[in-house]
Design a protein around this ligand. Structure first.
Ligand SMILES: [Cu+2]
Length: 69
């Protein structure tokens, strides 16, 4: 398992964090997605054989949020 952290802007409430969490968890290869509204951050544990940071980042952006770094 690999872990990656994304700094996310555009989250304004718990619903946003939940949306992002749902989107990430729906991806094949994602083990856990821990989204923090307070820290504007998502920590994702994933199987590198199935998915990568680019796909994870793309999914967050498609959900309507911005990823910085
Ligand atoms: Cu919200």
């Amino acid at each position: 398992m690999q872990t990656v952290t994304f700094n996310i802007s555009g989250m304004s409430c718990a619903g946003c964090a939940r949306s992002i969490s749902n989107v990430l968890n729906a991806l094949n290869g994602v083990q856990t997605a821990d989204v923090s509204l307070d820290q504007h951050r998502a920590v994702v544990e994933y199987d590198a054989a199935k998915v990568g940071p680019d796909v994870l980042k793309g999914a967050i952006e498609e959900a309507g949020y911005e990823v910085a770094g």
